[in-house]
Design a protein around this ligand. Structure first.
Ligand code: ZN
Ligand code: ZN
Length: 367
């Protein structure tokens, strides 16, 4: 039976042949995790273009002595080497393999790292091969979507419990609410929060990436909560904005506007659509309402092994969405000194309606 990791390495080989690389030295740790399952802090992976599933003699994994046992468990299906300078060691092996055109991840290798690789490569040619694994990571396989679903479920369940137990109430500090929400995500199966939880009350809700403070929630506040759970290395990302007590007219108006823009963004989210067009579908409503200057970030971003990864969905994005991409849709309107609203979901792009992973209601919740 082929493992998902073996299937991913085979997909990478097709890209290597397109790029005329005999082999690629992978040094980005999340890319190595994606291709092998290894979760340690030092490793490199050599993927040879002419290997195939079941015949991966020239595809070699390398880590240092601390991870001898862990790598034997996590990477049982590849030849394993132990060395301190993993990438250089693999370049040395590749040159003997022989690989004449050797790709490296030029978007992550430092200048000093490149000098060390070049020394190990001797007279073989080092080719810049940026972003190849990231291109594959953009499209999630079934196992990845299952982990994203589990991460989103944990976040949904945690927020439901926080709200039903009265955890969001006047008199509590932003920090207290953030800590409780993170603890509830763990109770609901998360390995931890997927990034530092944002709880932003009152005027603070107008700051897009506010860090929780000792500021106390008060009646009449918008409370913006942007948070996510981490499950098996995969991140969820969701924002909901609630109001403490009866909302004022301006709060209802801003909320309804952001909610309509978010729905328009989700409706535009289909395979084959330009990312910039999805951003525009949501943004146009906000611009038409006179709030264009109050929505200063992109509409969304990819999520997966990283909280922010490809594809970006913004006004300047150049790509097209593909089925299987996991992305957020998160418009916001921020009125300085008064308050702001952001509504964010994590979704998986399909050929028709996207699969919504964050299921908490988007009705304006009065708590
Ligand atoms: Zn978020
Ligand atoms: Zn986000």
């Amino acid at each position: 039976m082929t493992s998902p990791h073996s299937t991913r390495r085979e997909a990478l080989r097709a890209l290597l042949r397109e790029e005329h690389c005999d082999a690629l030295v992978v040094s980005e740790l999340l890319n190595i995790r994606y291709l092998t399952g290894f979760t340690g802090s030092n490793a490199a992976l050599l993927v040879h273009a002419e290997d195939s599933p079941g015949n991966e003699d020239r595809t070699v994994f390398c880590t240092d002595g601390r991870y001898r046992t862990q790598s034997a468990e996590q990477v049982p299906d590849l030849r394993r080497e132990i060395a301190r300078a993993c990438a250089e060691h693999l370049v040395g092996l590749a040159v003997q393999a022989p690989a004449r055109a050797l790709g490296f991840e030029s978007h992550v290798v430092t200048v000093d790292g490149h000098a060390a690789l070049a020394a190990a490569a001797a007279d073989a040619e080092l080719l810049r091969a940026p972003g190849l694994v990231e291109r594959l990571r953009m499209i999630k396989d079934v196992g990845e979507v299952a982990l994203l679903r589990a991460a989103c479920d944990a976040a949904d369940a945690a927020l439901a419990q926080l709200l039903s137990s009265g955890g969001v109430r006047a008199g509590r500090s932003e920090m207290d609410v953030a800590r409780e929400l993170e603890s509830l995500m763990r109770d609901h199966g998360a390995d931890g929060p997927s990034f530092e939880t944002i709880i932003a009350a009152g005027a603070n809700s107008a700051i897009p990436h506010h860090r929780p403070t000792t500021a106390v929630l008060a009646a009449g506040d918008f409370v913006k909560m942007d948070f996510g759970a981490l499950v098996g290395g995969y991140h969820s990302d969701m924002t909901r904005t609630v109001v403490l007590g009866e909302p004022a007219t301006w709060q209802r108006e801003v909320y309804e506007l952001v909610s309509a823009a978010q729905a328009a963004g989700r409706a535009a989210l289909t395979a084959g659509t330009a990312s910039a067009a999805v951003d525009a579908a949501a943004r146009q409503l906000i611009v038409d309402a006179g709030h264009g200057d109050h929505f200063l970030h992109g509409l969304g971003h990819g999520v997966g092994l990283e909280i922010h990864e490809a594809p970006g969905i913004g006004a300047l994005s150049t790509g097209m969405l593909s089925a299987g991409a996991a992305v957020t849709v998160e418009p916001g309107v921020y009125l300085q000194g008064r308050g702001g609203v952001r509504i964010e979901d994590t979704l998986v792009v399909t050929d028709s309606t996207p699969e919504l992973l964050t299921l908490t209601t988007k009705e304006l919740l009065v708590v």
